[in-house]
Design a protein around this ligand. Structure first.
Ligand SMILES: [Ca+2]
Ligand SMILES: [Ca+2]
Ligand SMILES: [Ca+2]
Length: 559
């Protein structure tokens, strides 16, 4: 390992050694396991084939191309040592095999004039979405997005993508490959056509990320346009995007079975149908859909929160909260919360209430009750949800006397995404039955029994919706540990180690007399930079990905 570190492959070899995934790209493509399983995950050994993975370290905020792609050296002119992001990706594209790109500390913004084309398996590891911005400064054109990802396995961590304005699809990112985004912000990009933020025609996995304020100026899909086969949105926010056509937040093609979990879709606006989501197959679990608007006035438009429309589909909504969405169109009732036209929708342990004028418009298809729901107004679904407090296992109001779920405003009440907290008198508390989740949307323990509140006789003390009242966070984080020692093995005591999390919070550890240090509870899946400082020594910072407990993150002084 130490010999390896004298080569240009040093940094990534270290990262590969200390990471616990089977491989970056492949591991990122594995579906996330439930929190309760990951908690007990044992560290895996990094496979040998990761050792030769090349890393190019961006040391310039310039935009020059690589002088000689394929020579294994990232530099914009022979011998100048200047490695830009564009040069690093260009060099990686020219070389066979997987590559990685990291950034020297202190680089906070890189302005790119024209898209960066990725045509190789690649991992890009930034320090955090709040610490590094990749901004497109090109004039609007067909190539003025930030990244164009070809059909390769690409994962991007810890940076912000902004400023793209494309004539065509995918304002921030156009993806034809297997793309994984973790701790990434896609903010304020525009496209004239599909996908102001992202357009994907292949696999797209979004974790711990935000897709905000993107616009499709003359078409559909403000935040995300998805027409691939595998879509995951987890622990992420899709907020404040807009489209002139359908799908303010996301427009997901009819054949796709999407998984949306522990996420918030809020404040998105469509000029036509589907303010929050157009979704026809898949699952929405432990999520919040709030404050979205579909402004279309035609008979074929509406669906403020969600529109479910295309053919013999099947959508399951569990432990989610759908509120405060609106659709002014009254062509066939007001389609404010959920507009369900075809296929089967199963609703379980969810709040659909407080949407502007109507909660569910059933215009066709089959609505299946999974029990333990809170329906504010049962207009259009009186058969499936007869009024009653309770009505079977459900709590159901009417158009004349709506049931108020007593939700607090959408805000951060813990966890990575905004939720609606429950006021203490809400009937959602302890009247639920959540057999899917061991945590609520925020990552707080569920079910949590409020002793003073009677539980639903057929439930498990879970709350209805995505928020568990009176609960507390489950720390699913992992430890990171290592030693600091001299080349001859002498431990260096009293070395300060500083770790920065994705929110920019700094944590400090001090080595003991054996040179050991440890950080506890590092957020699962996060990539964190660690710096070391000791009197008389200089150390190269490391970036660690906490996919499990990480040991042997050792620091040796620079010669
Ligand atoms: Ca080169
Ligand atoms: Ca409870
Ligand atoms: Ca109780």
């Amino acid at each position: 390992m130490r010999d390896l570190c004298r080569t240009v492959f040093c940094l990534l070899a270290v990262i590969a050694f200390i990471s616990t995934g089977t491989s970056f790209a492949q591991d990122d493509l594995v579906r996330e396991r439930p929190e309760k399983d990951r908690k007990f995950e044992e560290p895996a050994k990094a496979p040998a084939e990761l050792a030769p993975l090349r890393t190019f370290v961006v040391n310039s905020n310039g935009d020059g191309v690589d002088a000689t792609p394929g020579d294994g050296v990232c530099e914009t002119a022979s011998g100048n040592g200047i490695c830009t992001l564009r040069a690093a990706v260009g060099e990686a594209n020219a070389l066979a095999g997987d590559d990685a790109v990291t950034f020297e500390p202190g680089i906070s913004e890189i302005q790119v004039n024209g898209q960066i084309q990725i045509s190789s398996n690649l991992i890009i590891i930034g320090p955090g979405a709040n610490l590094l911005t990749i901004a497109s400064v090109a004039a609007q054109s067909t190539t003025s997005r930030v990244f164009n990802v070809g059909n390769f396995a690409v994962s991007i961590h810890g940076l912000k993508i902004t400023g793209g304005f494309v004539t065509g699809t995918g304002g921030g990112i156009l993806n034809a490959g297997s793309l994984s985004l973790t701790n990434v912000a896609v903010d304020q990009n525009r496209a004239t056509s599909f996908g102001g933020g992202i357009r994907s025609t292949n696999t797209l996995l979004i974790r711990n990320s935000t897709i905000t304020a993107n616009t499709s100026t003359t078409s559909t899909s403000g935040g995300i346009s998805f027409a691939g086969t595998n879509l995951l949105i987890s622990r992420s926010a899709i907020r404040g995007n807009s489209s002139s056509g359908n799908g303010g937040g996301a427009n997901i093609s009819a054949s796709v079975s999407a998984t949306i979990e522990n996420s918030t879709i809020s404040g998105n606006t469509a000029g036509a149908a589907s303010g929050g989501l157009f979704l026809n197959r898949g699952t929405i679990n432990n999520s919040t859909i709030s404050g979205n608007t579909a402004n279309g006035s035609l008979a074929t438009e509406g669906g403020g929160g969600i529109r479910i429309q295309a053919g013999a589909n099947s959508v399951s909504i569990t432990s989610s909260t759908i509120t405060n969405n609106s659709a002014p169109n009254t062509a066939s009732g007001s389609r404010s919360g959920i507009w369900h036209e075809t296929g089967t929708l199963t609703l379980q342990n969810s709040i659909v209430a407080g949407n502007t004028t109507q909660d569910i418009q059933l215009s066709g298809g089959t609505l299946t009750d999974g029990g333990h729901n809170l329906i504010g107004r049962n207009t259009s679904v009186e058969t499936q949800y007869p009024a009653g407090l309770p009505s079977g296992t459900n709590w159901v109001g009417t158009g004349a006397v709506p049931l108020d779920p007593l939700l607090a405003p959408l805000a951060l009440y813990g966890g990575p995404t905004e939720t609606h907290a429950l006021f203490p008198a809400s009937v959602a508390i302890d009247n639920g039955n959540d057999t899917t989740n061991t945590l609520d949307q925020r990552g707080y323990i569920r079910p949590w029994d409020v002793v003073a509140v009677p539980n639903s006789p057929s439930g498990n003390a879970a709350d209805i919706g995505s928020f568990e009242a009176d609960s507390f966070p489950f720390t699913a984080g992992f430890p990171i540990s290592g030693r600091v020692f001299e080349i001859d093995g002498t431990p260096i005591r009293n070395t300060y180690l500083v770790m920065t999390d994705g929110m920019g919070n700094k944590y400090v550890a001090l080595t003991n007399s054996f040179g050991n240090y440890a950080f506890e509870g590092v957020e699962a899946g996060s990539s964190v930079p660690i710096t070391a400082a000791a009197k008389g020594f200089a150390f190269t910072p490391k970036i660690v990905i906490a996919n499990g407990p990480v040991e042997n993150v050792d620091f040796l002084p620079e010669p």
